[in-house]
Design a binder for this molecule. Structure first.
Ligand code: SF4
Length: 409
């Protein structure tokens, strides 16, 4: 188990468990591409930290000095090593955008002495109540407003503005709130604010006690999921647009083969394992496609035969090499849980009322998924179930056909 969890480690786990494993469990060091977005964000954070620290000491920093501090932080950086994730922007455009953001921000908040500054870039840790799970977070700015409200501020320099209902807002800012409450219990009236410098907007929220309780439970369950994954060594890959920026792409079981095939400069004999794997996948996909087509044709034939047998008034139809039987039946079935959970719950209730418990069979999968793996029982009860847990290795090979080009439309 990790010594300490953060918003970004849990987000990594949610986005891709395999990446979480590389980064936080196996601690694989892989050179990480430095992106212009990340560098710009770091520099803006550094500048704002200085402005607020000096503002709290009664020193007002002019716009001119702010911008020269900003330029000086870019000065020692090798721009050729910075990756830009855009076809039409260069590093200079990022620098220009940062200058614009700071100019607008400076115009709005100069001389940076609003309220009482409690701290900047404050790292806080806490143990989640009822667990031994430790969390930590770094808060950009902690401020006591004149009306006594404590504002937890986070700066954003990206292009996308969150809503308070977004999971990222809830988890990141909520985790900061738990950290502040645990470390400074006297601070009670807490407000969560994300400052979007690019848009000159603030997104603010206050969490109700119910949402704070829900957040604690969500955090607890996510940490348990990571522990469970570690116990079983089960960290699935989850491919997404983020893979293009993942420093572990070369090691990733989901991406490595494609990278090998794309590496044209590598000379390999024609029957190398990577070529063999490529050929086998091509063959498997081809067979899978044929099988799906055959299944569809068989279903259509069965439908035709059912109709023809009814027309002829027979229940056995002869053909070359054999025959088929056709049986029309009408059967009664109870509703199943997956089709209608509410109706199934009502049925269960009625059956219990009628004393028919013996017709309920144990749903081992649901017991594992909803209860055991989420540790939703006390330790003693879990211990009693543990001897019945069977661990087994499985191999699942799942063909996924590529979408035909242009099918998205
Ligand atoms: S390349 Fe993609 S799937 Fe692989 S570890 Fe990274 S994020 Fe996960």
């Amino acid at each position: 188990m990790l010594k300490s969890f953060s918003f970004s480690s849990l987000k990594t786990f949610r986005n891709c468990p395999q990446k979480f494993r590389f980064r936080y469990i196996d601690k694989v060091r892989a050179p990480k591409a430095e992106t212009a977005d990340l560098r710009l964000g770091n520099i803006i954070h550094d500048v704002l930290k200085q402005l607020y620290k000096r503002g709290a000491d009664g020193v007002s920093v002019s716009l001119e000095d702010t911008l020269s501090l900003y330029e000086s932080l870019w000065a020692g950086i090798d721009r050729d090593k910075i990756t830009v994730g855009s076809d039409y922007l260069g590093v200079d455009d990022y620098i220009r955008n940062g200058r614009k953001m700071l100019t607008t921000y400076h115009g709005r908040y100069y001389p940076f002495d609003q309220g009482t500054l409690l701290d900047v870039e404050r790292k806080l840790s806490f143990t989640l109540s009822g667990t031994n799970f430790v969390f930590s977070g770094r808060i950009d700015r902690l401020l006591k407003k004149d009306d006594g409200t404590v504002e937890i501020c986070d700066y954003k320099t990206g292009r996308r503005m969150s809503q308070t209902s977004d999971p990222d807002f809830y988890y990141q800012m909520g985790l900061y709130q738990l950290a502040v409450q645990a470390n400074f219990p006297q601070l009670t009236n807490i407000e969560l604010s994300q400052y979007y410098l690019r848009m000159d907007e603030i997104v603010t929220d206050k969490l109700t006690p119910d949402r704070v309780d829900q957040l604690k439970e969500d955090l607890r369950l996510t940490v348990i999921e990571t522990i469970q994954a570690e116990r079983l060594g089960d960290f699935p890959t989850r491919e997404s647009g983020l893979c293009d920026y993942c420093e572990y792409e070369e090691l990733c079981p989901a991406r490595r083969h494609r990278l090998m095939l794309n590496r044209e400069d590598e000379e390999e004999p024609s029957v190398s394992p990577k070529q063999q794997a490529f050929d086998k996948v091509t063959e498997l996909l081809d067979k899978h496609q044929q099988m799906k087509q055959l299944e569809a044709e068989i279903d259509a034939l069965k439908g035709d035969l059912g109709r023809l047998a009814t027309e002829l008034g027979v229940n056995r139809v002869e053909g070359e090499g054999g025959y088929v039987t056709v049986k029309h039946s009408h059967e009664e079935k109870f509703v199943v849980k997956t089709a209608d959970p509410q109706a199934f719950a009502d049925l269960s209730f009625q059956a219990r009322q009628l004393g028919l418990e013996e017709y309920f069979k144990l749903d081992g999968r649901a017991l594992m998924k909803d209860v055991y793996s989420k540790r939703r029982l006390d330790d003693e009860s879990l211990k009693k179930l543990q001897p019945f847990v069977i661990e087994k290795e499985t191999l699942r090979v799942t063909p996924r056909l590529a979408k035909p080009k242009g099918s998205d439309a």
